[in-house]
Structures are given as C-alpha cells and as structure tokens.
Design a protein around this ligand. Structure first.
Ligand SMILES: Cc1ncc(COP(=O)(O)O)c(C=O)c1O
Length: 398
C-alpha cells in the first residue's frame, strides 16, 4: 500500500488527535528513517526523545527477540526476572531505593502523585494533598497529569479538572515559597522543561527547592520522562546540580522504544505503597523490562553519555553561531542533546521545509525549534542539520 492510501485510511479510521506530517516511516536504523517510498530522513526528533540509542539499536533488537521467544508477558502475581534486573540497575545508578513500573510517562506521574498524597496523609497530616507544579510544564494527558500540566491550552474542554494543584512560574523561588501552605504535599517539576520550550532553570534553583522541601516536609518530584536516560549528557538531569529528588519519573527512552514507565522512589517513602495500593497489568512486563536492561546497559557501557556531551556542546555552539547571523533568532539554549532555538515568529513552516529537505526536527510552544537527536549522532550529522537550517533561514520572513 502506498503512503497516499495509508494516510487516507488513517484519516478515516484513526482518532483525529494528532496533526501529522505527510510521511509514513517504515524502517529505521541509527539516526536514519526511511519512508514507504524509500526516501531517507535524518531524524533529529528520535520519536520525541524515545530513541536515545537511535532506531533499532542491535542490542535492544536482540533483547526483544530473545525475550519474545522466552516469555512475553506474565502477571505481577509472580516475580519477573527482567523487572527485578531493571529495578536493581536503576537503583544502583540513581538516588532511588525502589521502582514501580508502568507503561508511559503520564502513568508514571500518576503513580508519583498518588504516592505523594498517600505518604503525606499517612506521615505528615490528613489535609496534606496539594501539589505545586510549574507554568509551561508538561506531565501527560491523563486527567491528573493534565491538571498538573500548567498550560491552559491542554485543559480546554476537560473541566472540571482534578482538585489539589497550584501553579507557579518556573525558576521563581519567591513564587514557590509564597504558594506553599499547610496543604502542600509535593512540588513537581521537570529539571529542564521539554515541551515548555527547553527551559533550563538558573543555577541553584533546584538546590534551593530541595532545601525548601526539606524544611517544610514536602516531597520533591522530578519528572525526567523527557530529559532522563542520558538526554542531557548525564544519566539523569538531576545529576548536573547534584540535587536528589524524593520521587522521579521516567518513560520514553527507558526501554529503547518499547513502551514503559517507571516511578523511582526513595526509602522511607516507598513503604507507603503496600500490596493493592497501586498496580498495572503490563507494568514491568518481561518484554519491556528486558529491553530496558539492554538500553540502560548500552547507555552505560558504550560511551553514549560522552558522545552526548561532546556532540551536544558542538551543536549548541553551532546553533549559537547561527543566532548571530539571523536577528529573528531570539535565544538558543540546551544541555546535552536537548536543544531549543527560540524564534521571533512561528516555527512550523521551518519544520515543514526541513522535512522537505529530508531532515526531521520539531517545534514546541509555536516558536521554539527543538532538537532531540539520538545520542549516537555525529558532528557531521549536526553540520548537515545546521547547514540546511541556515539555507532555510535565508528564506524566512518574520
Ligand atoms: C516531561 C514529560 N512528562 C510526561 C510526559 C508524558 O509522557 P507519555 O506521553 O509517555 O504519557 C511527557 C511527554 O512528552 C514529557 O515530556
């Protein structure tokens, strides 16, 4: 079936929740994708920060194949070997002592919100249930995580939202301090905001939040769904400032492209979940967690973080050079291989023109070009993207 027919059938049978670009990728390898007609694309979206190891990394493919032959699924009524392996590895390489597995970022955040409420009610006070989140945040599309997401455009049409949330501007300590009251049980944020425009807080902000949380007996929750698993050049973004959360959520690239979510929990809090409190049929499923073991060990053992740091710094410098040449570029920011370029106008036409030139990039918040290449990307590939972007920029009129 050709692309045109597939797109027509998609319009007919698939729910209309996504504005899609007119290509049908059918094959991926490393940083490349091929569409149904065999056209090759350089992919700087990486499934929205999912394919950190590139498409179809051989170790992830092998793990999926091997596990699929052994055991695809079994209930959490029983002990699951790869789940235990992945949980141990995550605890070994993070602040956490325990892991709850689920299937997506939103679900991991749901788990964090439920645990924060349960812990606070049990250990701090019956009326401690409110969570403070940040403007421009993104935490998911379920009703609770949608409410946690402090962006009105995602709330439209879904009222009444969940009670128990309060919003403050990101990177504003005074606002957060003022918002805390006797009901606050947690502060939840992305250490670097992704969907909100690649926003990096000032140095010391996360540390100060940690101190406030300690003083007021409030839990600190980091949503590392987008920036975890090496995306910023360290395994977890919180490591840059050495500030440990109490709870942290992961998803996206954790299993190299297989759907998964995880809630990482510190000792002393984890005990608030007991059998029956929270669950997921597929959570920690053998196939997903064995893929996760392969993805995580590959990140740790194959120089992925080093490449991310080196190529990320190079990419950032090249984008900053571009900013000097084009006055409509307002700001360039990023860490590792999550990079944003804020424009004075809308970025959609630029993304479309890049696609026409067989390069996939993304735009968020309407005017921030976002670059999320696989962490195995090379400087030559960055050069190709920057050169093409420069050509496209010459035709831009804001
Ligand atoms: C920071 C963050 N949290 C949560 C989510 C939601 O994840 P999912 O789409 O897997 O539910 C996303 C998705 O983009 C995200 O970027």
């Amino acid at each position: 079936m050709d692309s045109q027919t597939l797109m027509m059938l998609s319009e007919k049978f698939v729910a209309n929740t996504y504005a899609r670009y007119p290509i049908v990728p059918v094959k991926g390898q490393g940083t490349r994708l091929w569409d149904k007609e065999g056209r090759e694309y350089l992919d700087f979206v990486a499934g929205l920060a999912v394919c950190n190891l590139g498409h179809c990394h051989p170790k992830v493919v092998k793990a999926i194949q091997d596990q699929a032959e052994r055991l695809i699924h079994v209930s959490n009524f029983y002990y699951i070997e790869p789940q235990i392996q992945l949980a141990s590895l995550l605890c070994q390489h993070s602040f956490a002592d325990k892991v709850f597995f689920c299937n997506s970022g939103a679900e991991a955040n749901e788990g964090a919100l439920k645990l924060a409420r349960k812990f606070a009610k049990e250990k701090i006070g019956e009326d401690r249930y409110e969570v403070i989140t940040m403007e421009r945040s993104f935490h998911g599309r379920t009703l609770a995580t949608l409410t946690a997401t402090a962006q009105e455009k995602y709330h439209k049409g879904y009222a009444p939202l969940m009670p128990g949330f309060k919003y403050v501007p990101f990177d504003d300590l005074e606002a957060v301090t003022k918002a805390i009251d006797s009901r606050t049980c947690a502060i939840m944020l992305e250490p670097i905001q992704g969907e909100g425009g690649v926003n990096i807080p000032s140095e010391g902000y996360l540390k100060a939040l940690r101190e406030i949380c300690n003083q007021k007996r409030i839990l600190l929750i980091f949503d590392e769904v987008q920036v975890g698993m090496g995306r910023t050049g360290k395994l977890f973004a919180y490591e840059h400032e050495g500030v440990e959360p109490d709870l942290m959520t992961l998803a996206k690239s954790l299993a190299g492209g297989v759907p998964i979510g995880a809630l990482l929990i510190k000792k002393g809090i984890a005990e608030s979940f007991v059998p029956g409190d929270h669950a997921s049929t597929f959570g920690g499923n053998p196939l997903a967690t064995f893929a996760g073991v392969a993805a995580l060990t590959t990140i740790l053992e194959e120089g992925i973080l080093e490449n991310c740091q080196e190529v990320g710094a190079y990419f950032l410098a090249r984008l900053r050079d571009l900013k000097e040449k084009f006055p409509f570029v307002k700001k360039v920011r990023g860490r590792g291989l999550i990079l944003g370029m804020e424009l004075k106008g809308e970025g959609a036409a630029i993304v479309r023109e890049m696609l026409r030139r067989r390069i996939l990039i993304n735009c968020t918040m309407g005017n921030v070009l976002r670059f999320l290449p696989p962490l195995i990307v090379t400087k030559e590939e960055v050069d190709r993207v920057v050169t093409t972007l420069e050509e496209v920029f010459h035709g831009v009129k804001f």
